[in-house]
Design a protein around this ligand. Sequence first.
Ligand SMILES: Nc1nc2c(c(=O)[nH]1)N[C@H]1C(S)=C(S)[C@@H](COP(=O)(O)OP(=O)(O)OC[C@H]3O[C@@H](n4cnc5c(=O)[nH]c(N)nc54)[C@H](O)[C@@H]3O)O[C@H]1N2
Ligand SMILES: Nc1nc2c(c(=O)[nH]1)N[C@H]1C(S)=C(S)[C@@H](COP(=O)(O)OP(=O)(O)OC[C@H]3O[C@@H](n4cnc5c(=O)[nH]c(N)nc54)[C@H](O)[C@@H]3O)O[C@H]1N2
Ligand code: SF4
Ligand SMILES: [Mo]
Length: 734
Amino acid sequence: MIRNLKKLIYQDTGPLTEELILTPSAFGLGQLPQRLLPDQTVSMICGYCSTGCSLDVHIKEGQAINVTPTANYPVNLGFACPKGWEVLSPLKALDRASHPLLRNKDGKFESVDWHTAMLEFVNNFVRIQQTFGKDSVAVLSTGQIPMEEMAMLGALVKFGMGVSHFDSNTRQCMATSAVAYKQSFGFDAPPYTYKDFEESDVIVFIGANPCIAHPIMWERVKMNPHDPEIIVVDPRKTETAMAATKHYAINPKSDLVLLYGLAHILIEEGWIRENFIKKHTNHFDAFKEHVKKYSPEFVAEISGLHKRQLYEFASAIYLGKRVSFWWTMGVNQSYEGVRTAQAIINLALMTGNIGRPGTGANSITGQCNAMGSRLFSNTTNLLGGHDFLNPVHRQKIADILELDPAVIPQQNSWAYDQIIEGVISKKIKGLWIIATNPVHSWINQNQLKDYLKNLEFLVVQDMYHTTETAQTAHLVLPAAGWGEKEGTFINSERRVGVIKKVTKAPGRAMPDFDIFKLVARYWGCERMFAKWSSPEETFQILKNISRGQPCDITGIDDYAMIDRLGGIQWPFPEGSAHASHERRLFEDGQFFHHDHKAKFLFEDERPLPEIADEQYPFLLLTGRGTSSQWHTQTRTAKSAILRKLYPSQVYVEINADDAKRRGIEQGQLVFVATLRGRIKAQASLVTTVKPGQIFIPMHYPETNQLTLAIFDPYSRQPSYKICAANVSKSPYEP
Ligand SMILES: Nc1nc2c(c(=O)[nH]1)N[C@H]1C(S)=C(S)[C@@H](COP(=O)(O)OP(=O)(O)OC[C@H]3O[C@@H](n4cnc5c(=O)[nH]c(N)nc54)[C@H](O)[C@@H]3O)O[C@H]1N2
Ligand SMILES: Nc1nc2c(c(=O)[nH]1)N[C@H]1C(S)=C(S)[C@@H](COP(=O)(O)OP(=O)(O)OC[C@H]3O[C@@H](n4cnc5c(=O)[nH]c(N)nc54)[C@H](O)[C@@H]3O)O[C@H]1N2
Ligand code: SF4
Ligand SMILES: [Mo]
């Protein structure tokens, strides 16, 4: 086997000798957490959502036994949601992947040692690359591992392994915002700080349900002393809509027309800030021309709102002294998401609601390190928000990493959906999936499940061997999770925070960072990563890479400084005065385009990709169900406490009148069908979903059997939130 490998690996490390093969001590396997006393409390950032709360982990006799929210952390101010309180439970689950698992000839998983696992990995991937070309293998990763792990993976995959096609689940989530910001502001830069929730007098949430998805951000809204107008734009009467002062239940995906309609009224009424527009933006005149056709009559018809509501909404924006606009997946997950996000940005620009306290065009991120992934994963951007297409950027990164610039790809990677297309068309034969569970979460999942069978070799690296995706793998690599490793996350308000190792991973599971180092070793490109000796050393490298960029963090000394200051928001260049707790961007009106101006960007709306008809008369919406469920539930379902807080079986929310008309009763099992598939779900009769619409949470494996694989043309983000569906008592309909 080893001889075989020697022939195949790239010859940068030279021949692989026995000494280079893994020894347990080399990678900290089974070692007790370092730098920790057996009894102490350690503060670190929560491992679930992008809010980035700090939790105090209490360690007794070397065991992490409990958590409490950190009282004086500027993000959560002593609060945590149920997931945060229960963050330790999933670590102890019995289905943790504790050893590498290799599928044997009978199709069963067999436990193997790391040496065997690595040989299988490298032999198969190198064989596939040598037979079918370098681009016949691809990698899919995540927004849920620390920045240092992401960067290590990105550099390994693209510079070490010569793989061009590498994307992450951030595509499912944040791609739209990233593209919208980049085009409008010149850099992917969410401008806000959480204090803005407290300082606004008008807060507009569009396609966001923070009561469920970001409950601690919602706490910050509740702390606002200005008795703010809270406006929610969501087809459903969500928990947030109920707590708001105004809810506009628009027709699904009519946001773009609504936002242009609001711009139309603001311009017609002269409710705009001409000075700001002139000084700090481009293309306003063309935008003004564009929105002329979005008359209140037309907008009312498309959005389902009354004309009166449109004027009420526009005047709230006009009368507000500090208006902040917040959006999440109701905007991003759309076939016209980028232009919708930019229509929100346009409203903030034209009314001068940016760069001042309590304002902003603010995209809320999702996963704990979504922002880290946007900047440092080496997927869409070259490390540090650089551009693969820019030779100056490539040279800069090559110099810092002491690389031959030729190893840096000169084109962009395929996006997630294009990688899946590659699997379907059998161009991609080997796939490595890290910390994401696409067999559950990817849009139109039936298709994906079938096509993964096309792969010659599928490697899944996860904390659990039971995930829907791990179950389809040839090789499972057991990963340490949050709490079992070190690194940094960047939260929604651009705050860098630290996570720490407070407990041991089970068996032979290792931090992803160490797994990547091991792959580099077996691949033969270990020398490239000689300086990436630990997460903290890697952080120093990333700092250097960030120099001169809008996300410059060269002023951060080390992890201890981040802890000491309660997290640090970027930018924080060398020589920065010690950060105040809360900072926002664009206070000087300077954007990141060359002329320092922001751009008005716009386009005509597109038709709904699938309309309700006689056979499929409902529009299906999907999203988060409860604050106790996290995505595909590989973690939250492991907590007995969290399991009590949500329905265990998939359910469909249907308007009570629609249900009555169809003879459907509360709790009854019904069939929900789309052109892609049919599932059984429990009917939940509600008034919060409008007639003609239904809602199914994404946390159940059935949901994405129904969704329609349509993507935004600019961000290639999936349009998870809309398709036509039927609900019936009979399996024979439609
Ligand atoms: N408890 C919990 N919290 C989470 C997560 C979780 O899984 N569980 N996941 C995290 C992640 S990664 C993310 S990305 C965020 C997501 O956070 P959110 O985006 O707030 O959550 P969603 O429920 O996906 O979508 C928000 C709303 O969009 C609405 N919507 C659907 N279609 C439209 C439309 O056409 N227009 C408008 N205006 N609204 C529409 C839905 O009805 C829904 O209420 O949550 C994060 N926080
Ligand atoms: N219908 C519908 N579908 C959706 C959405 C929707 O609104 N509607 N939302 C989309 C969005 S916004 C998102 S972000 C995606 C989320 O989709 P996924 O990323 O597939 O969801 P998770 O369940 O978070 O998957 C993370 C995986 O990583 C593993 N893991 C956790 N920590 C670690 C670690 O440190 N190392 C390793 N190696 N593994 C780890 C977990 O066990 C889990 O299997 O879902 C998308 N899918
Ligand atoms: S709001 Fe998010 S970061 Fe805060 S405790 Fe809950 S899951 Fe963790
Ligand atoms: Mo997400």
